[in-house]
Ligand binder design. Structure first.
Ligand code: SAM
Length: 276
């Protein structure tokens, strides 16, 4: 692979993405399944399979898990490579190219999910409002929006992710991929900006990629959700699929922190919102 071929390295190469972010225990899929089992009104899906729309579905891995558990699954992603991969790899998953900031899929779902900070690709308030309005329009009344992402409030008083470059490496098909990552806060734009410097294995090529995520605070997101037609049912920093302790292997409905119970100081934010 050359640097030119690798311009959007991970999203252009879904198999590489899957190797970089493995989830052998289906932590993210179990998280969604547990939440939907606990929070979806029981009459909602009495006579049909529960339907789920995944915004920024990536490789389709989480939908693949949910499809195996009987959910009817559709994903959208802006990457054609990801959409193709998800469709080919996971039976029972349909996927289409779309922009989560403004999308139309011709059906309503029981649940819309948006995981691993995909919501934070809405950089501006108007993009976020458009995304949430679209999500509401694709949910039946009483349906759930489940979002999991970085927590902007974590950066109030915590600099550990900003203190210097971090180095990572992983192996794929016998080659070692190395990257140096630097994060910084763009205060004016309220964005977390990332610069990642890759060394392409078996070549002298290097590749620098930049991306950015909106920094959203819990109460700020609550306000956006309410204005888009949602009621927030739960919001917590932990447990979650990408927290240090992970998502428990067995959870019961009572295991979710209630609204206002969580300190919201951790680096992840999990939100369960209901379409009203
Ligand atoms: C960090 S990955 C997360 C993938 C998946 N949700 C997961 O948890 O593994 C973010 C995904 O969002 C997609 N994405 C980024 N911006 C997007 C947009 N505006 N509309 C749709 N998808 C987008 C990327 O192509 C990528 O697949």
């Amino acid at each position: 692979m050359t640097a030119t071929e690798a311009r959007n390295l991970l999203t252009d190469n879904p198999a590489l993405y899957a190797a970089r972010f493995p989830d052998p225990d289906h932590t993210a899929g179990r998280f969604v399944d547990d939440i939907l089992q606990a929070h979806l009104p029981s009459d909602a899906t009495a006579f049909q399979r529960t339907s789920v729309l995944d915004l920024g579905c990536g490789t389709g891995r989480d939908l693949g898990y949910l499809a195996d558990r009987g959910y009817r699954c559709h994903g959208i992603d802006q990457s054609e490579a990801m959409v193709h991969y998800a469709q080919q790899k996971y039976e029972g998953v349909t996927a289409s190219v779309g922009d989560l900031r403004d999308f139309a899929v011709s059906e309503r779902f029981d649940a819309v999910i948006c995981l691993d900070s995909s919501l934070l690709y809405c950089h501006t308030d108007s993009e976020l409002e458009s995304c949430l309005r679209c999500a509401r329009a694709h949910l039946r009344s009483g349906g759930l929006l489940v979002v999991e992402m970085r927590n902007g409030a974590f950066f109030l008083g915590n600099t550990e992710l900003l203190d210097g470059p971090t180095h990572s490496c992983f192996s794929w098909h016998g080659s070692t991929w190395r990257a140096e990552t630097t994060l910084r806060i763009d205060h004016a734009a309220q964005l977390l900006r990332r610069r990642r410097h890759w060394q392409i294995p078996d070549t002298t090529d290097e590749l620098v990629q930049t991306s950015a995520w909106r920094l959203l605070f819990p109460l700020e997101l609550t306000g956006h959700l309410q204005r888009a037609g949602f009621a927030v049912r739960a919001m917590f920093d932990s447990p979650g699929p990408r927290t240090d302790a992970g998502w428990p292997t067995r959870s019961a409905p009572g295991d979710f922190p209630d609204l206002g119970e969580s300190p919201m100081s951790g680096d992840r934010m999990h939100v369960i919102a209901q379409a009203i």
